[in-house]
Design a protein around this ligand. Structure first.
Ligand code: PLP
Length: 367
């Protein structure tokens, strides 16, 4: 019997390869004491307030969650100082990216992305049979001028990942302002700010400002997976004009955001002290990693996130595999069209020391 054929968009979809889970490496390689620095998770663990909230809500999981995430949206609206109707909560920021692609793309539409950026834009857009236009980066960063030039009559969405995954680079306020000045009104621009908390500051673009000014073609994405430390609960959100949010709500799974994630999100948001501690640790440890990478003679890209892109050369995959056998999981970047690079999440000092020790050994073996 021949296999059932999926719809034609699926021919263009290359599967997303996530960082290997610790349990999988334990199982496959018979190792224990594994350090995972592959998925940009929080080195401090989850926000303690979020853990407490989850424990308190366990008795209620016989009920469906609130499909509108009312209380979480209220809390986010207060925190961001925006209208709750401008917010959609998703099963991770990934969930909102999927909803956006489903709502705004079809065969014949084009999507503009950067050549080295988060793969889910490409995957979901391709599945909707849209054409994905990849614009080369400039010094590892997004080239906004070239992305602007890549817009055609068919362009439906432009994805701007800022700071960018996997390069860690930042687009500054002035660059984004210039980009927005000539941005067409009939194209949706999605600013994916999953790493916002690590980069925010005076020079970070005020993207929410465009919503306050009444622009109707912008969506901003943020997540609880990184600085808030609850990646395993799957919680992200989009901030956009009421009309875009209403559109996304029409195709949203009714109970996409589970009950535990909702209560955890409310409490995690209150736990800004945890976010500050996370950012401080990551910033200190990034300096440690930079020093060590320089000592090992490995070029890296200065990062505005909780990961660093490291150039190890042609044998990057081999280096990744050998690190794996020493119990350190890092991310190869072939799937991001950077086959000479590894993406390394910033860990605690102990974890980072493990990484550096293993990396030094591996480089001695392969060079
Ligand atoms: C740039 C970017 N966007 C979105 C996501 C997805 O985040 P979430 O865990 O909220 O689905 C990630 C996760 O790594 C990311 O790096």
């Amino acid at each position: 019997m021949s296999p059932i054929k999926p719809q034609s968009g699926m021919d263009r979809v290359a599967p997303y390869i996530p960082g290997k889970p610790i349990k999988e490496v334990e199982r496959e390689l018979g190792l224990t004491d594994i350090v995972k620095l592959a998925s940009n998770e929080n080195p401090l663990g989850p926000s303690p307030k979020a853990i407490e909230a989850v424990k308190g809500a366990l008795d209620s999981v016989n009920f469906y969650p609130d499909g509108q995430s009312y209380e979480l949206r209220q809390a986010l609206a207060r925190y961001l100082n925006v209208d709750p109707d401008w917010i959609i909560v998703g099963n991770g920021a990934d969930g909102v990216i999927l909803e956006t692609c489903m709502a705004y793309l079809d065969e014949g539409s084009e999507v503009v992305v950067s050549e080295h950026s988060f793969p889910m834009y490409d995957i979901f857009a391709s599945a909707m049979r849209a054409k994905v236009v990849k614009v080369p980066t400039k010094d590892y960063g997004l080239d906004l001028k070239a992305m602007r030039q890549a817009i055609t009559k068919r362009t439906a969405i432009v994805f701007v990942c800022n700071p960018n995954n996997p390069t860690g680079t930042l687009l500054r306020r002035r660059e984004v302002e210039e980009f927005m000045e000539s941005f067409p009104d009939d194209v949706l621009v999605v600013f994916d700010e999953a790493y916002y908390e690590f980069a925010c500051g005076e020079d970070f673009p005020d993207t929410i400002k465009y919503l306050r000014q009444g622009r109707k073609n912008i969506l901003i994405l943020r997540t609880f997976s990184k600085a808030y430390g609850i990646a395993g609960l799957r919680l992200g959100y989009g901030i956009g004009p009421k009309e875009v949010i209403e559109t996304l709500n029409r195709i949203k799974e009714p109970f996409a955001v589970n009950l535990l994630a909702q209560v955890a999100g409310i409490k995690a948001l209150e736990d800004q002290d945890f976010v500050r501690r996370t950012v401080q640790l990551v910033n200190e440890e990034k300096q440690y990693l930079y020093r060590e990478f320089s000592r090992l003679g490995l070029p890296y890209v200065e990062s505005y996130t909780n990961f660093v892109l490291l150039e190890v050369g042609e044998g990057a995959k081999e280096v990744m595999n050998r690190l794996l056998h020493k119990g350190v999981i890092v991310r190869p970047c072939g799937g991001y069209s950077l086959p000479r690079h590894l993406r390394i999440t910033v860990g605690t000092r102990e974890q980072n020391e493990r990484l550096i020790k293993a990396l030094e050994e591996v480089l001695g073996e392969v060079r």
